[in-house]
Write a protein that binds this ligand. Structure first.
Ligand code: DON
Length: 309
């Protein structure tokens, strides 16, 4: 039997000498104040066993990882109607790029680039005030993680609200193409706040478990989404979850994954486990440098790549 704790420990200790590598996301000023010398791993198996190493209980800004959960909510609300608003193709561009949006008439390539997630936020907002939609997202994540303590870091939300000029541009662009139903400020309020949710690796790995276990939360038996929807969300994470680094992540790790500029990555080994890693230093395309390296070693040592050993 594979000793998963030994694997998690070996990945941590093999990379411990590199803690602090990479560059903090300083375009959101609050994220530039985080201590870069932190590194955590949490792995939860589909039968509920958890294995951790390092700073697995320190909360960090999940940023774009929250887009997995807003996508799940939006699909629950309008199902395949979502694909009229957002595509399902990798963009090959930076997460905050505007270039394709003009060529493709305001329809973002996928739900994980910023423009796509802003359109998803617009869907989640339907029928709600912004604060109700934000509350629904937080409640959903608390439910998934079975942890009521999960909350928004309001300093991060404020910091991005004050400086998120590119997102303001993306949202206005989509509004001009009639791909946003609600006022730009309301949609961005929802978007900035869900990106500012703070979670630890342990909480995040628990929250992602439904994607590893055919849409069910194995801890309480509850159904979150259908098996086919979980499979499709995993497909989107594999193809688009690391933006213009998605090909490299698939090549090196071979698991569906979603990164955030807070330095976290949620990776799913279907049928096996949900894994969260975190280290704030980013590589040149905005994905956690040490987190990617940790998942590469973990996938090698478990043999869990979806492409085979
Ligand atoms: O909109 C932004 O730029 C951030 N709130 C989220 C970007 C992000 O996490 C990209 N991930 N690697």
């Amino acid at each position: 039997m594979t000793d998963l704790q030994a694997i998690v420990d070996s990945v941590y200790s093999d990379l411990a000498g590199r803690i602090g590598e990479g560059k903090l996301a300083d375009y959101i000023p609050e994220l530039a104040t985080v201590d870069p010398k932190q590194f955590g791993i949490a792995l939860v198996t589909v039968d509920g066993k958890i294995h951790t190493a390092g700073d697995a209980d320190t909360a960090f800004s999940v940023q774009s990882i929250s887009k997995v959960f807003t996508l799940t909510l939006a699909l629950g609300k309008i199902g395949d109607g979502l694909w009229k608003r957002v595509g399902r193709e990798p963009s090959g561009n930076a997460f905050n790029s505007i270039v394709q949006l003009e060529q493709e008439k305001g329809k973002p390539r996928n739900p994980f680039i910023n423009a796509g997630a802003i359109a998803v936020a617009d869907v989640v907002l339907a029928g709600h005030l912004p604060k109700e939609a934000i509350g629904e997202i937080v409640q959903f994540i608390r439910h998934l993680a079975d942890d009521e303590s999960i909350a928004i870091d309001h300093n991060v939300a404020r910091s991005e609200t004050q400086t998120g000029y590119r997102n303001v541009a993306l949202a206005n662009f989509m509004k001009a193409f009639r791909n946003l139903d609600h006022p730009v400020e309301h949609v961005l309020g929802v978007y900035f706040h869900h990106c500012a949710i703070a979670m630890s690796c342990r909480q995040l790995a628990h929250a992602g478990l439904y994607l590893a276990s055919a849409g069910r939360n194995p801890l309480n038996g509850g159904s979150v989404v259908s098996a086919s929807r979980a499979r499709r969300i995993n497909a989107l994470m594999l193809m688009c979850g690391h933006y213009d680094g998605s090909g490299d992540f698939a090549y090196r790790v071979g698991l569906p994954g979603k990164s955030g500029v807070g330095g976290g990555i949620l990776a799913i080994a279907p049928g096996k486990a949900s894994i969260a890693v975190w280290s704030p230093g980013l590589n040149e395309v905005g994905n956690s440098l040490l987190g990617s390296a940790a998942l590469e070693l973990l996938a090698q040592r478990t043999g869990w790549s979806v492409f085979g050993q």
